[in-house]
Design a binder for this molecule. Structure first.
Ligand SMILES: Nc1ncnc2c1ncn2[C@@H]1O[C@H](COP(=O)(O)OP(=O)(O)OP(=O)(O)O)[C@@H](O)[C@H]1O
Ligand SMILES: [Mg+2]
Length: 458
């Protein structure tokens, strides 16, 4: 049914039960038609028998029964019927009519007509038997009049009555479906109006789709649409802000770079040219870090869509920490990796998983003063992997722990530089694996930050 239109489906759901009633009503209307036709035929038979009975008389002990034409003319109808009658005197002798005409299996009680079915010359007949008092010199005794008729007119009447009732019912069902179709069309037109409002929706001046005019059945749909639009528009706004920020972040170092290059070109002194070149080198380094972070973020943002394989988390971490060892030595910070695991198979994206560790450890190394220590721990916990990076730096105040995950958000601290994208990349990469990341205080009360990442096994 799902491929049908809503209107067709509703009509079907209404029309089918109605149609299912039809065989039932066909049966009952046929029974009604037959009992009406039975009644008509029985009354005609009784009337005919009475007309014959009234003419019976006994003269000098001889019973005479002239058959008046009116008694037989009653049966004239659309189709010819065979009428058969017989009149018996009180002794049971045939006075008039057919000797082999139908007879009831018992005499009628009193003078009430007795109706019965019989077979006459191989044909089904309906008949009536009527006792008629005959007066003669010896007193009064009952003769018997029997009139029968074939069923042609009776059957014709049944089918006429039945067809008429049936036609009325079919017309009724058709009219009900027609009216329902009109009603549904008018009702669904309100859905069309909702569609038009969705199509005409202006994202710059969004109007709520849900309003009082909508039928109550459509309002949950309108509410859901409003929510979906709000979510999408929120995402689009974030993307726009990101692109604007990224453009801004790139423009500033480019301008600085241009200035540094011009300064270097204008210098005649070799030592000063060297200074300018070193500055250019630093700027290019910073810019290349920015571009790499932007690319990492874009990759992490693809989220659940990234291709995942079974990878070894221990190997990935060891590889990335080796790269960072140089920075640790440079900063005079002790970097340690603690784990009981030889290998840790995990279903994920190797590069994104590496980005999580690199960005957290990079932060820890940058913010930890010389002589401090950074510890990375990897363990299994229930149905998840737990990665912890702990440092002895200044930490992040509790009220800033949400905001530092935002793109380009950096705490206002002198000293190190950075792009402000590291934690945003961590959050996206963790989300791409269905996990969660939190920043906490160290458990031992020392100053420093504890970053905890939990990644569930798929
Ligand atoms: N381990 C930490 N100790 C103290 N402060 C931290 C630590 N990690 C992050 N922060 C604060 O959070 C801010 C955001 O970190 P994030 O990694 O997102 O950006 P970044 O390190 O400044 O730049 P990037 O990592 O892109 O080079 C940092 O600027 C820093 O102020
Ligand atoms: Mg960082």
């Amino acid at each position: 049914m799902s491929r049908l239109g809503l209107r067709a489906e509703l009509l079907l759901r209404m029309g089918l039960p109605l149609a299912a009633l039809v065989p039932f009503t066909v049966g009952t209307t046929w029974l009604d038609a037959r009992s009406t036709a039975d009644l008509v035929q029985d009354r005609t038979l009784t009337a005919s028998a009475r007309v014959i009975a009234e003419r019976i008389e006994s003269r000098d002990g001889v019973v005479d029964a002239p058959i008046p034409p009116a008694a037989l003319e009653m049966f004239v109808g659309d189709v010819p019927d065979r009428v058969v009658y017989r009149v018996l005197d009180p002794d049971g002798d045939l006075v008039a009519g057919y000797p082999d005409g139908p007879m009831p299996d018992h005499r009628p009680k009193g003078h009430a007509p007795l109706h019965f079915d019989a077979v006459f010359q191989g044909r089904q007949v309906r008949a009536v038997a009527l006792a008629q008092p005959i007066v003669d010199a010896d007193g009064t005794s009952d003769g018997l009049v029997v009139v029968g008729s074939t069923l042609n007119n009776h059957d014709r009447l049944v089918s006429d009555l039945w067809l008429k009732a049936l036609r009325d019912q079919v017309l009724l069902v058709a009219a009900a479906c027609g009216l329902a179709a009109v009603g549904l069309t008018l009702g669904l037109a309100r859905l069309t109006r909702l569609r038009e409002r969705v199509a005409a929706r202006d994202p710059d001046r969004p109007a709520r789709l849900d309003d009082e005019d909508l039928p109550s059945e459509f309002r949950p749909l309108a509410v859901a649409l409003d929510q979906a639009f709000a979510r999408i528009e929120g995402d689009v706004a974030i993307q726009r802000r990101f692109v604007a920020n990224a453009a801004h972040q790139l423009r500033t170092p480019l301008a600085i770079l241009k200035t540094q290059a011009s300064v270097g070109l204008g210098e005649d002194d070799v030592a000063r040219k060297h200074d300018a070149l070193r500055a250019v080198d630093r700027s290019v380094g910073a810019m290349s870090r920015l571009v790499n972070q932007l690319l990492s973020l874009a990759r992490a943002e693809r989220g659940a869509a990234v291709r995942k394989d079974t990878v070894d988390l221990v190997a990935i971490l060891r590889g990335r920490l080796d790269d960072l060892a140089v920075l640790a030595v440079e900063r005079g910070v002790d970097l340690a990796f603690e784990t009981d695991l030889e290998t840790l198979p995990f279903h994920g994206h190797a590069t994104l998983l590496g980005e999580i560790a690199v960005n957290l450890v990079d932060n820890a190394l940058r913010w930890t003063p010389p002589g401090g220590e950074v510890v990375v721990r990897l363990s299994r916990a229930d149905a998840a992997v737990e990665l912890v990076v702990e440092d002895t730096g200044p930490g992040v105040p509790a009220e800033a722990r949400e905001r530092v995950f935002e793109r380009f958000h950096r705490l206002d601290r002198a000293g190190t530089d950075g792009t402000g994208l590291g934690l945003a990349i961590v959050r996206e990469a963790v989300a791409a694996h269905g996990g969660a990341v939190t920043l906490q205080d160290r458990a031992d009360g020392r100053s420093g930050l504890l970053a905890v990442v939990r990644l569930p096994f798929a």
